[in-house]
Design a protein around this ligand. Structure first.
Ligand code: LLP
Length: 434
């Protein structure tokens, strides 16, 4: 039997995979496949645990921010903000979606390593909480735009703390060789701080770092907090400016396989808050307002994808390809990062997983695989294949490759289901074609 690790999943009395009390086979019949499904109960549970830990470890002096690049749509913004989280956006499109969902500008943090002038103007006009500035050119441009608009924009600075987190090289961001942010070790960061303090049109309110994603250990986070607080203290002591906030980014690991061994969030929160408390006492400074910015850990395990099995090609002494009606257009993560996934035949979830399969998508590309050599129940054409932990960076990274329409997205809660994003139609595909 495949071990289903997420608290929102179980095997029901029919022997089918169920999510938040909904039978996945019924969902597949009702809405068709491929289908993204997410448990609202699970998303809310994780949000609450983050909010609670801010109460416990920071006495409310801080707040979690949902990094919406993990999964962005109007309903998602409504759910996370109703749980008391702020949102991080990284493009005009995410900003627009958040505003359309009714999120007030003051709860939105705007991030990105190469924001366009239009995006910066949009963020200023939307009165976002702060703009996280990545580089000198952006700082100058922002100052100019703000002055032209007669405004003072709240900015924080994205710092590269020089920490090499152990994760896939494409999703590692805190080291010196990174396209993101201002380098601490060379003095670039302090130079940017000095410029931001003197520049008209901007008000420097804080520092920001993000060291990478799907990080399984707590040490790099504790180290990053220490390094960032040291900079915060230097700014106070050397430049006389007490910054309001410190954003330590996201990056907490989740299960893709049952055996994935990552630290529980509260342990991370506890260790980081202890370090921050200790350092503030040592420096004799007030504790800044702390933010963290998780994306994957809020939605990742809450989401699954359902597919219908098509042809099965058993190539003797080579491998068995089990083809599905989706692929890299709805989930490019194996093709991009060779990421692990747990797969199972949802209508045979209680049976032994003793068949070794390579799950292949329907795109015209050999690399269009979801997983290789994975253990599933013996598949037959027409079965429903579930891929677990697809809530983060699946829908948000989907494309129309081979002109495949993006699948529908269904939210489930306490046994009820509803569409939150309609599946694309062929007409949608030609909508902008002239
Ligand atoms: N804050 C910043 C500034 C970020 O760049 C990211 C992720 C986050 C927060 C949220 O990190 P999380 O908690 O989700 O790990 N597409 C890749 C992941 C890219 C992450 C990009 N930045 C993947 O599918 O694994």
């Amino acid at each position: 039997m495949v071990n289903i690790y997420s608290p929102c999943l179980n095997i029901n009395k029919e022997g089918h995979l169920a999510i938040s009390g909904c039978d996945t086979i019924t969902l597949a019949e009702q809405y068709g496949t491929p289908l993204y499904v997410m448990s609202e109960d699970e998303v809310r549970r994780v949000c609450k645990s983050y909010v609670d830990s801010f109460g416990k470890y920071y006495h409310g002096n801080g707040r979690p921010i949902y990094a919406s690049k993990a999964f962005s749509c109007k309903e998602m913004y409504r759910i996370v903000t109703s749980e008391g989280l702020d949102v991080e956006v990284v493009s005009g499109g995410e900003l627009y979606t958040a505003l359309q969902a009714g999120v007030p500008g003051e709860n939105i943090h705007f991030q990105g390593n190469n924001k366009t002038m239009q995006e910066l103007e949009f963020a200023i006009d939307s009165n976002v909480s702060d703009i996280v500035v990545d580089n000198f050119a952006e700082l100058e441009l922002l100052g100019k735009l703000a002055r032209e608009k007669g405004k003072t924009v709240r900015v924080s600075l994205r710092i590269k703390p020089g920490i090499d987190a152990h994760t896939h090289e494409f999703i590692r961001t805190g080291q010196v060789d990174s396209k993101f942010g201002l380098d601490l070790t060379s003095g670039e960061a302090l130079q940017a701080v000095t410029r931001a303090i003197e520049l008209d049109g901007v008000k420097l309110i804080g520092l920001h770092c993000h060291i990478g994603s799907q990080i399984m250990e707590k040490e790099p986070f504790v180290h990053a907090a220490e390094v960032m607080l040291e900079l915060h203290n230097r700014i106070y002591k050397e430049l006389g400016v007490e910054l309001e906030q410190l954003n330590l980014g996201g990056g907490f690991g989740i299960h893709y396989l049952e055996t994935d061994d990552f630290i529980p969030y509260h342990e991370y929160m506890e260790a980081v808050s202890a370090k921050i408390g200790e350092k503030c006492v040592e420096y004799g400074i007030n504790q800044p307002k702390i933010y963290i910015e998780p994306g994957r850990s809020i939605v990742g395990e809450a989401g699954i994808t359902l597919y219908t099995v098509g042809n099965i090609k058993e190539i003797p002494n080579v491998r068995s390809y089990v083809s599905i009606d989706g692929g890299m257009f709805d989930n490019p993560r194996y093709a991009l990062y060779q990421s692990d996934y747990t797969c199972l035949i949802a209508n045979k979830a209680a049976q032994p997983a003793d068949y070794v399969a390579t799950i292949a998508g329907k795109c015209c590309e050999s690399g269009d695989l979801i997983q290789e050599h994975t253990h599933i129940q013996k598949p037959e054409t027409g079965d429903i294949l579930a891929v677990l932990s697809t809530g983060a960076y699946n829908y948000s990274m989907a494309s129309n490759y081979n002109r495949n329409p993006r699948p529908a997205f269904v939210m489930v809660k306490e046994g009820e289901s509803r569409i939150i994003i309609k599946g694309e139609t062929y007409e949608d595909l030609v909508h902008n074609d002239l």
